[in-house]
Design a protein around this ligand. Structure first.
Ligand code: BGC
Length: 739
């Protein structure tokens, strides 16, 4: 049930009261969290700071690297934000780094960064260890270039496969998102660089993102979007959390006491600090009391610099207790000690570019998803005559636009494709100079390979007709600030191109470089389809190696590919047809009622019995696997599924057996666990997976706890969310868990 707007407001006011507790009461609340060295070191340092010093920590200034025309502040490196800290602490050099260090070349012409594939590619690996390695790569590049706070760690759920920033995130499932994004954060922070879990919360669409209210029943939010953040927080321990632009149940996220204080700081016992998104602070006392700890780029991004003179006056005049300022500063300094910013300050040095590109390449090799492979068209024979067509594959691979954009290593010397882009923001798509065509030539040096741009469809079809196999690259630009068009079709002439090539040669492989699912009207007429997402700095090599079978595909979809937008919980995104991204961001003020609650993505498809084009969890490889012997046992409160996986083919391969459960009281099935396993031909292995307890539970808002209902649970073991081949039931006695 949706909580009424009025009721939500009342609860928010009540939670607002909680934040204004006396310092003594605040200390009592923190008592169950063990005191860490970072906590006590921060407390010691703060005991020598003046109120003015503490206030100076809660307001960062434009770093001269992203928005507007602000100059680089003295001491800054030219990035998203900068903070000159008091008391001998190192300054905060804050940079975007969603998929690699954002390092605007106009600011730092000598700076360099390697771009990982999109977040969806990393999520498609279902491999937290790979995510951790990618994070460590970004963190090390940042540290070697002087940055110590990264705005990485996007964990918003794909509630709509048209979300303009889905490519930065980790898909539609909270467990997968939490584990993958949490591992990325842990990787970044292993390099003594703070990572930021963002955008908290429900910033799942770009349309009207600055003003829209995501309206959702709070228990459903705890079981979906917030569960993703909660798990990411447990896994990654981010030093900071960024509150988002949008409103949640009417209240701006950055002044939302339910989100920032009740959920994050009280229920999840988060010890770090909350920073605002750039332009997401709308007040001083209200935000401070709700739990915002630092206003980002406040001199430039927000309507007024709220956390400077205005906050100082609010403190002086008693509207904000000094204990709140103490708490804000404590949280910031604590994270600095905890992650190692003070003890291990950045040391400027060259990057290990070769190793870093290999990390990006491995991520793409694990994350590309083989969607279709009729008659084993793939892998390609190294002697086949191949017509490579379209997608600027002769130059490189496309990347997503916006604040996660990496200025790729090698550009512009090797070539950046111009257009079609957007005039104001974010400009033309950037192609990373990692050419799949050239790398395919390197994989098959004695074969005949040709490249045709695809601009002339007849010419492309002709090239396909003369070849043994055609490989068509299609690209779709997604970017921050704008959702994909409602119809979800490929831009320009690309559908016509694929259809014509497939008519000329049915041995057609389509490689998709997209930020989101697209419609595939030509699907039945092509032999193979690989979703390569945005492939990153090692993308060309990864795609070539996958196509030629040097490495077997092992990605599994982290989001459902719908057969039609009509199947979605919200078939249209209102306002998405508007032309100007800035109109979309600032000029509307809509309510988006997520009445599907926690039935997101594949759960919605299960709930509505809709058949997707490709299911969540789907992904093929060059061998096949059999699953057998599913059984469930209890070890204390742990529920453990055990089963056997066997490689049935003649090639080594990676399987990702997945476990989905349905609760006794119904609802869509939920991913409760998985395992990624590499098996030699004929090899079999018994695996045991502990099911995530919160996935077996409902959030009980009234009693503020998780409630595992008593009864019969159904569990499926399979290779996607619609695989019904192995299923059993098991009984659980009801129990409650603290949030
Ligand atoms: C984005 C954030 C980003 C920030 C700083 C905002 O527009 O939403 O993700 O970190 O800008 O560039």
């Amino acid at each position: 049930m949706m909580m009424s707007r009025k009721l939500m407001l009342l609860s928010a006011v009540a939670f607002g009261g909680i934040v204004a507790l006396s310092p003594g009461a605040q200390a009592r609340e923190g008592q169950d969290a063990p005191a860490t060295t970072a906590d006590s070191r921060a407390r010691d340092l703060l005991s020598h700071m003046t109120l003015q010093d503490k206030l100076s920590m809660v307001f960062t200034i434009d770093g001269g690297g992203t928005m507007g025309n602000a100059p680089i502040p003295p001491g800054g490196l030219g990035s998203a934000a900068y903070l000159k800290t008091p008391a001998g602490l190192p300054p905060l050099q804050i940079s975007d780094a969603g998929l690699g260090l954002r390092n605007p070349s106009h600011v730092r012409p000598h700076g360099q960064a390697v771009g990982l594939p999109s977040g969806l590619a990393t999520a498609s690996t279902w491999d937290p260890d790979m995510a951790r390695q990618g994070g460590a790569m970004i963190g090390a590049e940042a540290w070697r270039q002087g940055f110590n706070v990264l705005l990485a760690g996007g964990a918003d759920l794909t509630r709509d496969p048209r979300g303009g920033r889905n490519f930065e995130y980790a898909g539609e499932d909270p467990l997968l998102t939490g584990r993958v994004v949490g591992a990325t954060i842990a990787g970044i922070q292993s390099q003594h660089v703070i990572s930021t879990l963002k955008h908290f919360a429900m910033n799942d669409l770009e349309t009207s993102r600055m003003t829209m209210s995501a309206d959702i029943d709070t228990a459903a939010m705890r079981e979906s979007d917030l569960l993703g953040f909660e798990i990411a927080m447990e896994v990654g321990h981010p030093g900071s959390v960024m509150c988002s632009y949008n409103r949640v149940n009417d209240i701006y996220a950055c002044e939302n006491p339910y989100l920032l204080t009740k959920v994050l700081k009280q229920d999840w016992k988060y010890p770090g600090f909350v920073m605002s998104d750039w332009g997401a602070t709308h007040s001083s006392a209200r935000s401070a009391l709700a739990g915002l700890d630092q206003e980002s780029s406040g001199d430039d991004a927000d309507a007024r610099p709220f956390f400077r003179e205005i906050l100082a006056r609010d403190v002086r005049e008693g509207r904000v207790p000094t204990s709140r300022v103490d708490d804000m500063a404590q949280r910031i300094v604590r994270s600095m000690y905890d992650v190692g910013l003070v003890d291990h300050p950045p040391v400027m040095q060259p990057l290990d570019v070769v190793t870093d590109i290999l990390t990006a390449q491995r991520d793409e090799e694990e994350g590309a998803v083989l969607l279709k492979n009729s008659g084993n068209l793939l892998p390609l024979s190294p002697t086949a005559h191949v017509a490579v067509i379209g997608g600027h594959a002769d130059v490189g691979v496309i990347s997503g636009g916006g604040s996660s954009q990496v200025d790729p290593i090698g550009a512009p010397a090797i070539g950046v494709v111009k257009g079609p882009g957007k005039k104001d923001w974010p400009g033309d798509p950037v192609y990373f100079p990692s050419s799949p065509y050239r790398m395919m030539q390197a994989e098959a040096p004695s074969a005949r390979l040709t490249y045709t741009s695809g601009a002339d469809i007849a010419r492309a079809a002709d090239a396909a007709r003369r070849a043994d196999v055609a490989v068509v690259f299609v690209t779709q630009f997604s970017y921050e600030g704008m959702d994909t068009a409602n119809a979800m079709t490929l831009d320009g002439n690309q559908d016509a191109l694929v259809a014509a090539v497939a008519r000329a040669n049915p041995r057609t492989v389509v490689v998709m470089e997209t930020g989101n699912p697209v419609m595939m009207p030509w699907l039945d007429n092509v032999g193979a389809v690989m979703e390569a997402w945005y492939p990153g700095s090692g993308g060309g090599a990864a795609i070539a190696r996958l196509l030629y079978g040097k490495v077997a595909p092992s990605g599994r979809l982290p989001m459902t590919f719908p057969a039609s937008p009509v199947q979605l919980a919200h078939p249209d995104i209102a306002g998405v047809t508007a032309n100007s991204v800035f109109e979309m961001q600032f000029h509307t003020d809509q309510e988006l009622v997520y009445d599907e609650g926690s039935e997101v993505g594949y759960r919605w498809f299960d709930h509505t019995h809709a058949t997707p084009l490709f299911a969540f969890g789907h992904g093929l490889t060059y061998t096949t696997f059999a699953h057998d012997g599913l059984r469930v046992a209890h070890h204390g409160d742990d529920v453990v599924a055990t089963f056997t996986v066997r490689n049935m083919g003649t090639r080594v391969g990676v399987d990702v057996p997945q476990l989905y459960v349905r609760l006794p009281d119904g609802g869509g099935r939920r991913l409760a666990g998985w395992q990624r396993v590499t098996l030699a031909p004929g090899e079999s292995r018994e695996l045991s997976v502990v099911l995530e307890p919160r996935v077996l539970a409902h959030f009980d808002e009234k009693h503020d706890r998780w409630n595992v209902p008593s009864g019969e649970y159904r569990i499926w073991l399979g290779s996607s969310a619609v695989d019904e081949s192995q299923q059993v039931t098991f009984h659980l006695a009801g129990r409650n868990m603290a949030p």
